[in-house]
Structures are given as structure tokens and as C-alpha cells.
Design a protein around this ligand. Structure first.
Ligand SMILES: *[C@@H]1O[C@H](CO)[C@@H](O)[C@H](O)[C@H]1NC(C)=O
Ligand SMILES: *[C@@H]1O[C@H](CO)[C@@H](O)[C@H](O)[C@H]1NC(C)=O
Ligand SMILES: *[C@@H]1O[C@H](CO)[C@@H](O)[C@H](O)[C@H]1NC(C)=O
Length: 386
């Protein structure tokens, strides 16, 4: 791979062609080298793919990724007695068996912003805008549609139109903190870095979650026990609440679960005694919102404590449909999962989807390959002269 040094030593028109083309190519390598990047932090992974993303979209995806790193850096040192930890992961006596898992998840996510010389490498992320599952428009006008979704808990993230309407981290921070009526509301700070953070937690190499299984202990007596193991992280949902779609037995009879997106539902999942203590640690959005809260504390010096939830009246909460609906303005489809199962259909549609993006470099389309070849021979020629 061409080093940054050799790139910089090229005539600028060639560099512009190469970089400009790399931004526009539908498939292949779109981010700068893992070990050298002039504009952003030194990253432990690269972004690849970019199917059907235009240049502005690629830029917004990449900047959001950089900004996500700032969120996770702010979240690294956890204080299990702190407000944000209790609100989003649960009281210390409830979450105690899962604090290690939570901290490891955040640590792995934070390692995207590595650190020259570190051996840690995260899975490269294949980003795309072509919506191979036709899922971006799931939802409805009132409830919103997906901002982004993951495919198969693999490092594939599809970015939807709504992502590109989210503010950059800095703007969201300034706008919300400067408005007295908004500054304490966590969701007012929601931005593209938060959206990224949730997607990253769905990647198997990053977010681990608990699966609890019932196993029969003794067939004769019928006694049973449960067994826990770890699996990739999805999204928890509020249990014990009425299902919005009555069971009609029809083909479109899809269960509408109340997935724990948004601060209200994330806090309910962490605080209600009817939830499992691992429901909050299992919930990707919880990590994103928590990291966002920690970033606000770091940058602005206060904890945005709203929405506040009255856990002293659990019965009231469990019967409060309106509260369970979550935020008034939903930034995403709240009733479907944002992880799509991977299947062979997807492989056929998007070029490099079947394998991790680690092998994407050879997948560069032939035109950019030729340009690169040209650049390499050019620098080779230079080295002969020099
Ligand atoms: C933590 O795990 C232990 C051992 O499995 C279990 O007995 C205990 O009830 C758990 N505590 C909580 C708060 O979940
Ligand atoms: C998340 O979803 C995948 C795919 O359905 C599944 O294999 C995995 O067990 C799930 N993780 C958890 C924690 O339930
Ligand atoms: C299973 O349950 C039966 C009936 O209660 C009992 O007789 C047997 O000893 C149990 N077996 C084991 C392995 O615990």
C-alpha cells in the first residue's frame, strides 16, 4: 500500500485524481491508510465499500466515525455509582455481574481511535448507502425511519438518508447546550456520532451481550436451570407491555416490540424491576446514549439528566403507554430491529459483502486500480531518478 509520504511527494494533480477517485468509487477502499492519515485521528480500522454513497455522504460517514471516537474516549473511565451509569446501565447492585462486560465493550469500541504503534486492530467497517435490504424506509412518517442499520452483526453498516440529516457532533453540542429549554435533555444532543456508536456496538468483534437459555437439568424430575453465554449485541426491548399488533395469524402479522431506542426506553430497560439486569448491558443504543452523556459531561461540565423517570411508581410506568412510546420526536424507527440477518441475497447485491472488509483492498474497481498502478509506477520512476 502506498504510504502517505509517497503520496505527498507526488504532483498534486495526481494526488487529487487518486483521492478524488477513491471518494467516488462505488466499491473498495475509501478511507486512508490505517497507519497514516493527515486529517483525522490515527484509526485502528478503515472504512471500505461506499456503494452508492456520493462524495458528501462519504465525508459525512467518515466525519461521524471520527466523532464517534471522541464519544467513546469520553466514556472510558466508568464510575458505577455515577448518574449516567445508573441511569443507563442500572443500579450497581443490579448490574454488578455485567460491569466487566460493559467496560470491555466500551474499551473495544474506543479502540477504533488508536493510537499509533498499538497492536489492537478492530474489524474494518464496510459502509454503504445502497440499502440492500430495502430497510431504510421501515417505519412511518410519525415514528421516523432508520438512520442506519447493521447487517448480520458483521462489520457492515448501511447508512440511510436520515443519517445525513443528523447534525455533526460539535453543532449538536452547541445548539443544545445553548438553549435553556433543551440543555438538560439528552436526546436534544443526538447526532451522527451517536448513530455511529450504536451501529458499532452491533459488530460482533465489538459488542458482546448476554444470552440466557433455559436448560433441562434432570429429564426425569423435570427440573431446569439457566445457562448464560455471550453473543453479538442487538437491541433489548421493553417486556411485559402490550403488543401493538394483535395476533391475526396473517402473513403480515409482525410483532411490534418496543425496542429500547432513545433515552426514555433505555432508562426504562435499565431501571424497571421487570427487566433482566442484563437487558441494559445488552442494548446497543444504551452504549451510544451513555457515551454521548459522558461526552457532554466532559465538554460542558454538567450531566443532562432528562428525561427523568419516576421509578418509585413502577406500576404507573408499566401502564403508561405514552411514556413507553419514548421520545416525541423519534430519530429512528422505534419498533423494528436495526440489525438485518445476513443472507445470500445480500451477497449478490452489494459487491464486497460476503466477507469482512479486511479483504476489500483488492476489490477496488479496475479504474482506480489502474490509477493506483500509475501512481505506483510514477513513484517508482521518481525513486529511480532520485
Ligand atoms: C450474579 O451472579 C451470581 C452467580 O451466578 C448470582 O447468584 C447472583 O444472583 C447474580 N446477581 C445479580 C444481581 O444478578
Ligand atoms: C443477536 O442476534 C443474532 C442473530 O439473530 C443472534 O445470533 C445473537 O444470539 C443475538 N444476541 C443476543 C445477545 O441475543
Ligand atoms: C433426576 O430426578 C430423579 C427423580 O426425581 C432422581 O431420582 C434422579 O436421581 C435425578 N438424577 C440426577 C442425575 O440428579
Amino acid at each position: 500500500m502506498l504510504s502517505l509520504q509517497s503520496l505527498l511527494s507526488l504532483p498534486s494533480f495526481l494526488v487529487a485524481t487518486l483521492v478524488g477517485h477513491a471518494l467516488a468509487v462505488p466499491n473498495g477502499f475509501i478511507d486512508s491508510d490505517k497507519n497514516g492519515d493527515n486529517n483525522g485521528p490515527d484509526l485502528a480500522a478503515v472504512l471500505t465499500g461506499g456503494e452508492r454513497c456520493n462524495g458528501d455522504e462519504i465525508r459525512s460517514i467518515r466525519e461521524g466515525f471520527y466523532e464517534m471516537n471522541e464519544l467513546f474516549q469520553a466514556a472510558l473511565q466508568m464510575d458505577w455509582d455515577g448518574d449516567a451509569e445508573r441511569d443507563y446501565f442500572g443500579r450497581p447492585d443490579r448490574v454488578m455481574n455485567f460491569t466487566d462486560m460493559v467496560e470491555s465493550n466500551i474499551l473495544r469500541a474506543s479502540q477504533y481511535s488508536n493510537l499509533k504503534g498499538s497492536l489492537t486492530r478492530n474489524p474494518d467497517i464496510h459502509v454503504r448507502c445502497d440499502d440492500p435490504y430495502n430497510k431504510c424506509r421501515e417505519g412511518n412518517k410519525k415514528d421516523g425511519s432508520h438512520v442506519a442499520y447493521n447487517i448480520g452483526n458483521e462489520p457492515h453498516i448501511v447508512f440511510c438518508n436520515e443519517y445525513f440529516e443528523l447534525d455533526p457532533l460539535g453543532k449538536a453540542m452547541n445548539d443544545a447546550s445553548n438553549d435553556a429549554s433543551e440543555s438538560m435533555e439528552l436526546m436534544e444532543y443526538y447526532n451522527r456520532a451517536t448513530a455511529w456508536a450504536r451501529q458499532v456496538m452491533h459488530i460482533a468483534g465489538i459488542g458482546e451481550a448476554i444470552v440466557e437459555e433455559v436448560v433441562l437439568r434432570n429429564y426425569t424430575s423435570g427440573s431446569w436451570t439457566t445457562r448464560m453465554y455471550r453473543a453479538p449485541m442487538n437491541t433489548s426491548y421493553l417486556a411485559g407491555v402490550p403488543n401493538e399488533h394483535p395476533d391475526t395469524g396473517g402473513p403480515n402479522d409482525i410483532e411490534a416490540l418496543k425496542y429500547a431506542y432513545g433515552a426514555t426506553r433505555a432508562k426504562l430497560v435499565a431501571g424497571l424491576s421487570t427487566q433482566e439486569p442484563y437487558d441494559a448491558p445488552n442494548n446497543a443504543d444504551t452504549y451510544a446514549l451513555y457515551a454521548q452523556a459522558r461526552y457532554i459531561i466532559q465538554e460542558k461540565g454538567f450531566y443532562p439528566s432528562m428525561p427523568q423517570i419516576a421509578f418509585n411508581n413502577e406500576l404507573g410506568l408499566l401502564t403508561n403507554q405514552e411514556l413507553q412510546e419514548g421520545e416525541k420526536k423519534e430519530y429512528a424507527c422505534f419498533n423494528t430491529l436495526d440489525v438485518a440477518p445476513s443472507n445470500s441475497k445480500t451477497n449478490a447485491i452489494g459487491a464486497p459483502i460476503s466477507s469482512s472488509a479486511l479483504v476489500l483492498r483488492p476489490n477496488r474497481d479496475s479504474a482506480s486500480g489502474y490509477i493506483l498502478l500509475g501512481v505506483i509506477s510514477y513513484s517508482f520512476a521518481l525513486s529511480l531518478i532520485g
